[in-house]
Ligand binder design. Structure first.
Ligand SMILES: *Cc1c(COP(=O)(O)O)cnc(C)c1O
Ligand code: SF4
Length: 343
């Protein structure tokens, strides 16, 4: 077993182990727990009120019964057991529902580790992609695709590379932040091989706070750069974690120093069990507007919101007004009334 696999396997997976590690009492919730020990030590050192702690340690507010089980309508656009096709030219491939960590605000928190939600049917997925040549970009998501073994990552990629219409490959991942050990030499070699068989390979790193980037993480991100692929970031705007102008400026500046381009700032989805992370669109717009004075355009991500139930991503910023009137226009031009509590 590689170093990272041992660290992954020894992760803390239940509340009593977690209580013992932190020396604290925690609520017993229905949602799973998954925290690698090295990362957990970082959380422990950061302390109870830290942005790290709030993102990853169970909170009694998760039991509030409000929000949607499938907030962005994944199931509506599921075309095979592990392929989501919502936008014409690109599709999401879900090779695993496991992650290197469980984030308490996760938009798929009701779907993770649930074999009934996404399954494995590679033959149908390849068949679908072959018969839909309009799809030119395949996005590995999950779960987290970098939790797959090097062999599996290469196997999937090489099979997809045989479909002529797929030119772009993308990976959505939080692994380099949570489990920097994963970015080892074998992984880098595998990714270099994958890069060779596609026109472009892009990696989107999910990172929410500058405190997530310590020296080890910075090293792992620098190693990723040696693959020669484009690296972007995605950040979720979360109440109590990074909903301050200074938090975001520090994060995006740091990413700029490492050579990672901020791609999306997500307004949080209304997933069941994440109400305590939600903020109003009006608040998000104020914070976003204030970034421009301190950041160049290339370090300001697009602020977006995924209209509930699968209507798609839209710009969350409105240059005409911070106030949100309650209606958003979807990709197809339909006006959609928003019932979720972002008003
Ligand atoms: C978010 C998402 C994508 C990727 O969209 P980009 O705007 O290209 O980042 C693709 N498919 C689905 C179903 C998505 O939810
Ligand atoms: S890494 Fe992503 S998919 Fe996994 S728990 Fe966190 S937000 Fe959810």
């Amino acid at each position: 077993m590689n170093n990272w696999q041992t660290e992954y396997k020894n992760a803390i997976k239940n509340v009593s182990e977690l209580e013992a590690f932190l020396g604290l009492q925690l609520p017993q919730l229905d949602y799973p727990i998954f925290l690698p020990r090295n990362f957990l030590l970082k959380i422990k050192n950061a302390g109870v009120n830290s942005p790290l702690y709030k993102q990853f340690i169970p909170d009694i507010n998760e039991s509030i019964q409000s929000g949607l089980v499938d907030p962005i309508g994944d199931q509506r656009f599921l075309v095979t057991k592990n392929l989501i096709h919502r936008y014409r030219n690109r599709a999401l491939f879900i090779p695993t529902t496991n992650c290197p960590v469980i984030c308490r605000y996760c938009f798929r928190k009701n779907e993770l580790n649930n074999p009934d939600v996404f399954g494995n049917d590679l033959a149908s997925t390849i068949d679908y992609l072959t018969h839909h040549p309009e799809i030119n970009e395949l996005i590995f998501t999950g779960g987290d695709p970098f939790i797959l073994s090097d062999e599996k990552l290469y196997q999937y990629s090489s099979q997809f590379s045989k479909i002529k219409s797929i030119k772009f490959l993308r990976f959505h991942t939080r692994t380099p932040i949570i489990l920097p050990e994963r970015i080892d030499n074998d992984f880098l070699m595998t990714m270099k091989k994958i890069k060779e068989i596609f026109t472009q390979v892009n990696i989107m790193i999910h990172v929410n706070h500058v405190d997530e980037i310590d020296l080890k993480v910075e090293e792992s991100l620098s190693k990723l750069k040696t693959i020669g692929v484009n690296i972007f970031s995605q950040t979720v705007l979360l109440k109590g974690v990074n909903d301050k102008n200074s938090s975001l400026i520090n994060l995006f500046s740091k990413l700029g120093e490492i050579g990672i381009i901020p791609y999306y700032l997500h307004h949080p989805d209304s997933a069941m069990g994440t109400k305590h992370f939600q903020l109003k669109l009006e608040e998000g717009r104020k914070i976003y507007r204030s970034l421009q004075n301190d950041l160049p355009g290339w370090l300001i991500p697009k602020y977006i919101y995924d209209i509930p139930k699968g209507e798609g991503k839209i710009s969350a910023f409105n240059p005409e007004s911070d106030h949100f009137g309650g209606t958003l226009i979807s990709m197809s031009g339909t006006e959609i009334k928003i019932e979720e509590e972002i008003k």
